[in-house]
Write a protein that binds this ligand. Structure first.
Ligand SMILES: Nc1ncnc2c1ncn2[C@@H]1O[C@H](COP(=O)(O)OP(=O)(O)OP(=O)(O)O)[C@@H](O)[C@H]1O
Ligand SMILES: [Mg+2]
Length: 259
């Protein structure tokens, strides 16, 4: 199993949206995919299930690693797609230092790997604090999201600083790159910001695929669905299929076969 953490410097850039739709794209392509909500806010659960506040989840496992995985894994209509909600995270909202839960995050991934998943995508809280740091330290790969707007671009030095910290935290981490989100092709500031980011970072560090700003994302989350499960979502789903292929290409050839 390969696990990919979805991370960002700033909040609200589309991590949860990308995690859900990318996981769905992999699952539709036949990859047995588990989407894990490692954000104490519990947004994946809120977006995809009605009873998310009642579900046991990732944070329940961190609290009590003897919690059976069957209690945590929520199946979906798609046989290859399942999720783990964040669960009862109240003790963790404050964060805690990096490394506080490292061994339990690893135990969780180990337990999940034993269930035959090919891929585990982990949605995280913004920044690299607390459990997010532990998730990044335990991951095989990371993708970083950056919003295509002038403010986002100004945070690039911080982003690079963050990348360096990730490399120190986990030297075997494969940094898949930065993916631009909420790109607005009809807004010059947005396309300029996207271009500026491409100039600032080495080309292999920026995904070719960019996520457009589209009101369908808001509609999809209101309906509790990945965009590809909505009739009108085919065009946007194609974006996530391209992102999936890019990720498969970026992973080592041996890993790509496994995924
Ligand atoms: N490409 C997009 N186009 C339009 N709206 C979007 C897009 N991506 C996300 N959104 C909307 O923007 C809001 C924030 O997105 P999301 O929750 O995915 O961000 P996040 O990075 O996970 O936030 P947080 O840091 O709080 O976890 C949501 O209301 C979501 O529906
Ligand atoms: Mg989120």
């Amino acid at each position: 199993m390969i696990n990919i953490a979805v991370s960002s410097q700033k909040g609200g850039v589309g991590k949860t949206t990308v995690s859900i739709n990318l996981a769905h794209a992999f699952a539709r392509a036949g990859v047995r995919t588990l989407l894990v909500d490692a954000d104490p806010q519990g947004s994946v659960g809120l977006s995809l299930t009605r009873q998310s506040r009642l579900l046991a989840g990732f944070y329940d496992f961190l609290k009590d690693p003897s919690t059976p995985l069957e209690r945590l894994i929520v199946p979906t209509r798609l046989e290859t797609f399942a999720l783990v909600a964040s669960g009862q995270a109240s003790d963790y909202e404050a964060g805690g230092g990096i490394g506080a839960h490292l061994s339990r995050v690893r135990d969780f991934l180990h337990a999940v790997a034993g269930r035959g998943y090919d891929l585990c995508i982990m949605d995280t809280a913004a920044g690299l604090f607390g459990v997010t740091g532990d998730v990044v330290s335990s991951s095989d790969a990371i993708m970083i999201l950056q919003q295509a707007e002038p403010l986002g671009i100004r945070s690039v030095p911080k982003l690079l600083e963050g990348l360096n910290r990730m490399r120190v935290m986990n030297p075997r981490l494969s940094i898949l790159g930065v993916c631009l989100t909420m790109v607005q092709h009809d807004l010059i500031e947005s396309t300029e910001a996207a271009a500026a980011l491409r100039q600032l970072l080495p080309p292999e560090m920026v995904f070719q695929t960019q996520i457009p700003r589209n009101p369908l994302f808001v509609r999809a989350s209101a309906r509790g669905l990945p965009i590809g499960a909505m009739e009108e979502g085919a065009a946007v789903q194609a974006v996530f299929d391209r992102l999936r292929v890019e990720i498969e290409d970026k992973l080592q050839p041996g890993d790509a076969r496994r995924v």
